[in-house]
Design a protein around this ligand. Sequence first.
Ligand code: AKB
Length: 325
Amino acid sequence: MGGYEERILVTGAAGQIGSELTLELRRRYGAENVIAGVHKKMPKEIIESGPYERIDTTDISGIRACVEKHNITTIYHLVSILSAAGEKNSNLAWHVNMTSLKNVLDVMRERKEKGYTAKVFWPSSIAAFGPDAPKDNTPQDTVMHPTTIYGVTKVSGELLCNYYWLKYGVDVRSVRYPGLISSMTHPGGGTSDYAVEVFYEAIKNGHYTFFVRADTVLPMMYMPDAIRATIMLMDADEDALSTRLSYNLAAMSFSAGELAEEVKKHIPGFSYDFRPDERQGIADSWPRIIDDSYARKDWGWKEKFKLKEMVSDMIKKLEPSLKFS
Ligand code: AKB
């Protein structure tokens, strides 16, 4: 935390990360200090628990107006089209992911030039790596040749963030999130979504067809850990940060088959099968296990949830509302 009053804008506040991060930031900084930036979706928990603004982040004037009106010091910019959805419309993915990021950085650059605090969090992803990066213990610095448009926007975004830090002093911080598993808001259009869908289908219907092979291993993280990591990085001392590109971040890696078996321990009648589709190719192009030693060393990152704890907590949270719905 800095020696100033935090005034926060979360873009994509209705999304998978945004919905949980907004509530946590409101708990920490006071609801009135955290503005939820929403676009089409307006979840009740978000709009009833604090201030919100309707913003289209591809339009810079809307972001600028909101930042000036609320005297924003920090933007968590979460708006993004994910990997599988991006492959269906690469122009839209580039436009939404890159134009929005550049708009956010430009508005915060203007703020910095006027002498205000200007901090940005922007998520990169394991999707920034491509098939030629080492699959196991993927290092912080290695070849980054992604083969999805989403991954291309993540590598480009990392470079853009680093540039705004070097050139304009905007305090931009970033992590490469693994696949995120959450109980509050569904992801949409991602490749790692099977690791969330399986819980809903297992509880509601007792069956799930994975869209990847049983032996598909990806780095994953439970949302409470992801929220904690994000806030830890934003709270870290500037001098502790050894990169302004994006930190590798990890918690666990498991195969789709191992996940299914762990779910079955809680829902004995659960059955599952595997019917890989085009998302298999995307998953195969990503790392299996990420080396996040920089995050651990620089700002003390350590996960709380592994596969077993995550599955048991997800089921505990989802079962009461889904079982008889
Ligand atoms: C996706 O699957 O596209 C995302 C990601 C791993 O960045 N969840």
